[in-house]
Write a protein that binds this ligand. Structure first.
Ligand code: ACK
Length: 982
């Protein structure tokens, strides 16, 4: 039989409720049950009765209250577990109150015991009592409804117990009576499953919950038809049968869109190109889809789509021809200008190509024609063509193109052309001249023909002069060839040479100057190339040297300026009165200087080590006593640095003390001093009797009032506010790094991870630090700190939210046994930890605020502290929880509703009352006593007392208020243990 339970998980839509699968229900069993009873006579007896709806049901009864030493066993038939790992046993029973039975003595009991025995054998005839494992002793409780049994009114109790059954195919249940008057009205055994469901287009199968109350079963979803994976779809089946933390999912493939959790085909005329597109869309203009499930619409005839066009873009056409092409010739250059085409074809990517042909084609120099800005893919409607041949006919064709010209295959059709004739022009300058056979009085000069002779060269002219003379007196030589011997020169003199060519159109321009020196030696030297190369090298070498020196100079100046700025800002911090800023010990060159500035050296003889209490990162942690001269002996914790440490380990070990030594706050672990002058090195701190908070809470699961938990959180928030005021970023705030003393005062500890990256001026102003690397505690760390190591007070606030969750859930592991990768994904997708069991709504809201994605939107520690103080003053606000225990929700119909609210006395409904506070910690019996002393409001009484004592500074009042509250909690706890009968 399958049944749905409700209210399992507040963050989930109703479709995610769990399913109960019944394995046994005596109410629906046909005929007699015939369970094995021992003794077979005089113990449990099967009796048929009519239930409240007058339907016959099978019950078992026993009532040997007058006889001593009863040991009556009743064993069910074998129950197959059908894959379940944790089963629930719901027993409805009536139990006679011993006082209502006349004449009974001390033999009468009001409880029975529930046992189970796992077995593969479905027909075990005899099972030893010792083979059964006890589940619980079951007593009648207050959750009853009244039923008529014949002429009597009986109280019907309902109790549910859960049992882990993982080792065999099935199990037997047994009920042991030891002298009570009981009737087992019904027994129902069931297990929970997370029902088959579709989430993010992935199907998750019906899944049996895990074996433990906190275990999550990781389930991989499979994409629904016509969909594909976007990111591996995953969900977790929680112990109570709800689906938790959906991550990843699927997307409908192209041609399909999501509708009601399935992928539906795109209709005719519609398309969807990519799975990531939101849905089917109408075909864009000039396109069509004749079939269902179209990914890309087809273009109408004469319209095209370029490869790079997105499917959502309309189909387009190539442009028509450019218009009004005009040309202006200037010697051997032509300027071409035109207007854009009349039709652009529906696109905006028109460009132009220019082609040309000349009347004397095939000369190699044609490749030297220059197009400015370029010849193809012109985005302008103007181009200058230069370096053409003189006196030549050219035809220029300007083509308009766009993105679909290529696919349409109609490129040539959209062009316009013009034919021009270039003018006659003189030859271009000679560009290369060299000297050979250099002597004291002569040299041979040779050159190459100009790049553009622009006709037949008739003659060359060489002009030269002594460099020192400038052009005041020069000589000219003319020749038909491309070389000339120059004689009559002075020895060891630099000469400047220019060469030009002449055609029928006249002389071209002279070449640039070429310098050559005559020799001191009668023998020729190698030409100018070597000398100028050497000169070039020398000059550039000198230049590089100069550049390097300049750069070194600038960098040195910058460096010294930067460190000066840094120093200045450090000094500024110190000069700023009232704001004490934490100083990173790693900024000290010598770590010993930092340690002696911030920590007191303790004489090792004043320490008395008593026992090892744990293992720290660097070695053992011990507890012991410290007696300093003139002071009373105190208990201390002693961390030591194990032998064989490296320099870095020593520095890191002492860094924690240098950090801790700068703090002085009741919620920060206090440093007593260090031992550095003898081995092993030690750090001495105050002793915290209850050790770390996470282990402490797990040990005392469910034992504190909400106010006590909030008191602890207040302490942590106060410590963190102090740290953030000092611009210190903790980076590893977690319950394991909070220590608890005997008064339940929580103190922040472990200052090992936190470090500022040196020399990063960009991060200083914002108080955000880049992590120097290393491990990051993923579950506690804000997403921006994980993604790009942006640690800040705001990321500490995120971690604080996780600590809140750990505290309220009594040390549960955040995100249970999900792996780190899934945690990161789930957070990225917007999921946040649900409220722990019985968590006040306001506290969960505060956690969610700390887990805002945008770090600027998270509260500050100061705001958190104010909020917690308000809650402590108004405990009534802590009463509303998001939902009861899921198991209680299953029994909702039997339990009735919100019992707690209905029993609050009228007088307690007034806000800010002491009465309400007492109510919330289960101490309402002292209401009258405190009221008689005039204490009607917590806020009033604490502040009144502080004012009376002359303590009026708000921050001091805050610290004392926290102390007073902690003190009150421990007093109340003490009263609870000593005065309240259990
Ligand atoms: O959970 P614990 O008992 O608390 O085990 C760890 C262990 O040492 C390694 O860190 C305990 N511890 C550390 N500092 C202190 C302290 N000041 N007082 C008491 N216990 C401490 C911590």
């Amino acid at each position: 039989m399958i049944e749905y339970c409700t209210g399992c998980f507040s963050l989930m839509p109703p479709a995610y409720v769990c399913v109960l699968v019944t394995l046994l229900d005596t109410r629906t069993a046909p005929g007699e049950l015939k369970w094995a009873a021992s003794p077979s006579e005089g113990g449990w007896e099967e009796v048929s009765i009519m239930d409240e709806k007058n339907i016959p049901i099978r019950t078992y009864q026993v009532c040997n209250v007058l006889e001593p030493s009863q040991n009556n066993w009743l064993r069910t038939d074998w129950i197959p577990r059908s894959g379940a790992q944790r089963v629930y046993v719901e027993v409805k029973f009536t139990l006679r109150d011993c006082n209502s039975l006349p004449g009974v003595t001390g033999t009468c009991k009001e409880t029975f015991n529930l046992y189970y025995h796992e077995s593969n054998d479905d027909k075990e005839s005899y099972i030893k009592e010792s083979s059964f494992i006890k589940v619980d002793t079951v007593a009648a409780d207050e959750s009853f409804t009244q039923v008529d049994v014949g002429d009597r009114i009986m109280k019907l109790n309902t109790e549910v117990r859960d049992v882990k059954v993982t080792t065999r195919k099935g199990f037997y249940l047994a009920f042991q009576d030891v002298g009570a008057c009981i009737a087992l009205v019904s027994v129902r055994v069931f297990y929970k499953t997370c029902p088959l469901t579709v989430r993010n287009l992935a199907t998750f199968p019906d899944t049996v919950t895990g074996a433990d109350t906190s275990s999550l079963v990781e389930v991989r979803g499979s994409c629904v038809n016509q969909s594909e994976e976007r990111d591996e779809p995953k969900m977790y089946c929680g112990a109570d049968g709800e689906w938790l933390v959906p991550i990843g999912g699927c997307l409908c493939i192209s041609g399909y869109e999501e509708k009601s959790g399935a992928c539906k085909v795109c209709p005719v005329g519609f398309y969807k190109a990519k799975s990531s597109d939101p849905g089917c869309a109408k075909c864009p203009p000039h396109s069509y889809a004749l079939k269902e499930g179209t990914a890309v619409c087809e273009c109408h005839a004469g319209f095209y789509r370029a490869d790079s066009d997105p499917p959502a873009m309309a189909c387009t056409q190539p442009p028509s021809a450019p218009q009004q092409l005009i040309s202006v010739v200037n010697k051997t250059s032509v300027v071409l200008e035109w207007s854009p085409p009349r039709r652009l074809g529906g696109r905006s990517d028109t460009s132009y190509n220019v082609e040309y042909s000349g009347s004397q084609l095939c000369l190699p120099c044609d490749s030297d024609v220059i197009f400015s800005p370029r010849q193809t893919r012109l985005m302008t409607t103007r181009v200058v063509v230069s370096e053409l041949r003189a006196h030549t006919h050219y035809t220029f064709i300007v083509q308009a193109r766009n993105g679909v010209s290529q696919v349409s295959g109609t490129g040539a059709a959209q062009s316009v052309s013009v034919t021009v004739t270039t003018n006659q022009a003189a030859p271009s300058p000679v560009t290369f001249v060299q000297a050979t056979d250099v002597t004291r009085h002569s040299l041979s000069l040779a050159w190459q023909q100009p790049d553009r002779p622009n006709g037949v060269i008739l003659e060359y002219e060489v002009k030269f002069y002594e460099k020192d003379q400038k052009e005041r007196s020069y000589r000219i030589m003319r020749t038909f060839s491309q070389s000339v011997d120059v004689a009559g020169l002075s020895p060891l003199t630099v000469y400047v040479f220019h060469v030009r060519a002449r055609t029928a159109a006249g002389y071209g321009e002279f070449s640039a100057p070429f310098e050559f020196s005559t020799n001191s030696d009668p023998f020729p030297l190698i030409g100018e190339g070597v000398n100028s190369a050497f000169l070039l090298l020398s000059i550039s070498g000198l230049g590089i040297l100069l550049l390097i020196s300049a750069a070194v100079f600038i960098i040195t100046r910058r460096r010294s300026k930067y460190s000066k700025t840094k120093q200045d800002s450090e000094e500024e911090k110190h000069l700023n009165p009232g704001v004490k800023i934490y100083i990173d010990p790693f900024t000290y060159e010598d770590p010993d200087q930092a340690i002696h500035e911030f920590a007191k050296e303790i004489d090792v003889n004043s320490i008395h080590i008593e026992r090892v209490i744990g293992m720290g990162e660097f070695g053992e942690v011990c507890s012991g006593r410290l007696r300093l001269q003139g002071k009373r002996e105190i208990y201390v914790a002693i961390k030591s640095l194990k032998a064989g440490y490296s320099d870095k380990q020593r520095r890191d070990f002492l860094a924690e003390a240098s950090i801790m030594g700068q703090f002085d706050h009741p919620n920060i672990i206090r440093l007593e001093g260090v031992v550095t002058r003898c081995k092993p090195l030690m750090i001495i701190t105050e002793y915290m009797e209850n050790g770390s908070l996470d282990a402490f809470l797990r040990k005392h699961d469910g034992q504190f009032t909400v106010i006590q938990l909030v008191g602890m959180l207040r302490g942590i928030a106060s410590g963190m506010k102090y740290l953030s005021d000092m611009s210190y970023v903790h980076r590893d705030l977690a319950a394991r790094n909070i220590l608890v003393n005997s008064n339940l005062v929580c103190k922040v500890s472990d200052f090992g991870l936190s470090r500022v990256l040196e020399d990063d001026p960009t991060t200083e102003a914002t108080g955000t630090y880049l992590s120097p690397g290393g491990k990051i505690p993923i579950r506690w760390t804000a997403p921006e700190a994980i993604a790009y190591r942006k640690f800040s007070t705001a990321s500490d606030v995120w971690s604080y939210g996780i600590v809140m969750w750990e505290v309220v859930s009594y040390g549960e592991r955040p995100y249970w046994d999900m792996n780190n990768q899934d945690v990161i994904k789930a957070i990225e997708e917007g999921y946040r930890l649900p409220a722990p069991m019985d968590c006040p709504v306001v506290l969960h809201q505060l956690m969610l605020d700390c887990w805002e994605k945008e770090r600027a939107e998270r509260p500050t520690f100061s705001q958190i502290l104010n909020m917690l103080d308000k809650l402590i003053r108004n405990p009534g606000t802590l009463r509303r929880t998001g939902g009861d225990r899921p198991s209680a929700a299953i029994l909702e119909t039997d339990l009735g509703t919100d019992v707690c609210v209905s029993v609050i006395p009228e007088v307690c409904l007034q806000e800010w009352s002491v009465c309400e506070w007492l109510q919330s910690i289960g101490m309402e019996r002292y209401r009258d006593t405190l009221a008689a002393a005039g204490y009607t409001s917590l806020d009033i009484c604490i502040h009144r007392e502080l004012d009376r004592l002359g303590i009026i500074t708000p921050s001091h009042q805050d610290i004392l208020l926290a102390r007073v509250q902690q003190e009150m909690f421990s007093q109340m706890e003490h009263m609870q243990h000593t005065m309240v009968p259990v």
